[in-house]
Design a protein around this ligand. Structure first.
Ligand code: BUP
Length: 457
């Protein structure tokens, strides 16, 4: 039966930035008449992940739920304090459990879609079961190019430590934009990144949440073999659309959206730096003053802890002062809990986004025509911020860093925010490109169609 319905198993990893694209693609493929199973690992690092996994299965009863319960690793043994990197490691070490989990999957599995963070052990395990494997790369194509080129870079350089990395056919990533954790080869994340990069050729293909119009050079260089000669096909399938009709317990949706309903069109700057990173208290205060001085309306998500389950928490009053909160209350809303970001970015009142440039955040903003002022910190965020500027999705100030000894001053923040809100031209192009790509017949839709059709043959 050549036209059988493909059965696709998603092997997700850890962190909301990894989980969201998996849920979105799983939803999209199940709407395209694929059978879908989703494997998630437990316990999750953040409470947000647990809530979203549960909400997803409630909204998509047709998707088969597969759970993997994993032991927690000892951070001191691995010389790593980051809970997400530790989680990647324990998932990487769980590949031997896959045959048992997938053994009685019915109908037989047509393809497995694996998270990049666990590719080095999951791809060979899946291949051994005779199942074609694909990677869902959750960051931008430029970052995929860095991941693919990194093993060659390390093999050919003759100095100790990492410098500027000139990715063939893409661009030169300055040392300051290479993720800090890659500068030291003894770091657990650096080891994972290298091994996952080496494993890329084992995949049958790589799906990336981007589009040709945003990242033409990186996608072309990857597919033409310029970055590394043994690259499998790279399919640009973005923008992945947020999953509709998921109601997640405990979200402060109504308060923020109700506030946005009272603001004029395109007048509000949304400010968020993701879940993972707490900004230094002094920088938070400086940013607060900058927002106030800009005279703009703003919705600001303040995070003061690394993981939402952490016990030590500083209240907004303590961080910003009651006086400040009273002063801005007519123009600004400050929240510290989880918000439904995609709904916020879709709201007509939001016109700009001061963002850490987590790639999902970038894609969500571009999808709804919200221009970005990038303030990246670590990880892939400086590479993503460069992709934002190159792709016409927003602007970034390269000199702004969270590692700086002195905080970025309020005056400078306020000036850049005003520039952002005045840059009306950025908006139209990003949305038009995203809409065209995701529409039936658009480039991303076609790439996803080729992918699903290839599985039915
Ligand atoms: Br915070 C937050 N609500 O309150 P990225 C995030 N998100 O919906 P990365 C919310 O989480 P880090 C919130 O829309 C995006 O889909 C957001 O992924 C959503 O960040 C996702 O933007 C976060 O790729 O960093 O790089 O994973 O883990 O720090 O958020």
């Amino acid at each position: 039966d050549r036209r059988r319905t493909p059965h696709i198993v998603f092997l997700a990893s850890s962190g909301m930035g990894h989980l969201n694209p998996f849920l979105r693609l799983a939803a999209q493929l199940s709407a395209r008449d694929c059978r879908v199973s989703l494997l998630t690992t437990h316990p999750t690092v953040s409470a947000a992940e647990e809530r979203h996994v549960d909400a997803f299965f409630a909204a998509f009863p047709g998707v088969r739920r597969l759970d993997l319960h994993l032991p927690l690793l000892d951070p001191s043994e691995l010389n790593c304090a980051d809970p997400f990197t530790l989680r990647f490691e324990s998932i990487r070490r769980s590949a031997h459990l896959l045959p048992r989990v997938l053994a009685d999957a019915s109908p037989p599995v047509s393809a497995a879609i694996v998270d990049i963070s666990v590719a080095s052990s999951y791809l060979p395990a899946v291949a051994e079961m005779g199942i074609p494997s694909y990677i869902l790369f959750i960051s931008c194509a430029a970052m995929l190019a860095l991941c693919a080129y990194f093993p060659t870079y390390l093999a050919t350089k003759n100095t100790f430590g990492v410098g500027d990395i000139d990715i063939p056919g893409v661009w030169r990533v300055p040392k300051s934009s290479v993720p800090v954790v890659l500068h030291d080869q003894n770091q657990l994340f650096a080891k994972q990144f290298l091994e996952n990069g080496q494993a890329l050729p084992k995949a049958n293909g790589i799906l990336v949440n981007t589009l040709h119009a945003w990242e033409p050079e990186a996608l072309a260089a990857l597919n033409e073999g310029k970055v590394t000669p043994d690259m499998p096909p790279v399919l640009a399938i973005g923008p992945l659309l947020p999953v509709p009709k998921m109601s997640v317990e405990g979200e402060s949706v109504s308060a923020t959206l109700a506030w946005l309903d009272r603001q004029p069109d395109r007048s509000v700057v949304y400010v968020s730096f993701g879940n993972r990173t707490g900004m230094q208290a002094e920088q938070i205060r400086e940013l607060g003053i900058g927002l106030e001085r800009s005279g703009l309306r703003f919705l600001w998500v303040v995070k003061s802890k690394v993981v939402d389950r952490a016990e030590v928490e500083v209240g907004l009053e303590e961080l910003l002062g009651e006086e400040y909160l009273a002063k801005i209350k007519d123009r600004g809303m400050v929240v510290k809990d989880w918000v439904e970001q995609a709904e916020i970015l879709r709201h007509r009142a939001v016109g700009g986004f001061l963002s850490h440039c987590g790639w999902n955040s970038v894609v969500e903003a571009a999808l709804y025509g919200v221009r970005i002022l990038g303030w990246p910190m670590g990880g892939d965020q400086r590479v993503s911020a460069a992709a934002v500027a190159r792709g016409g999705l927003g602007i970034w100030v390269e000199g702004w860093s969270w590692q700086a000894e002195e905080p970025i001053k309020a005056e400078e923040i306020s000036e850049r925010l005003k520039d952002l809100m005045a840059a009306e031209g950025l908006r139209a192009s990003a949305t038009t490109m995203a809409a065209a790509a995701a529409d039936v017949g658009g480039t991303s839709y076609q790439e996803l169609t080729h992918f699903t059709e290839s599985l039915t043959l």
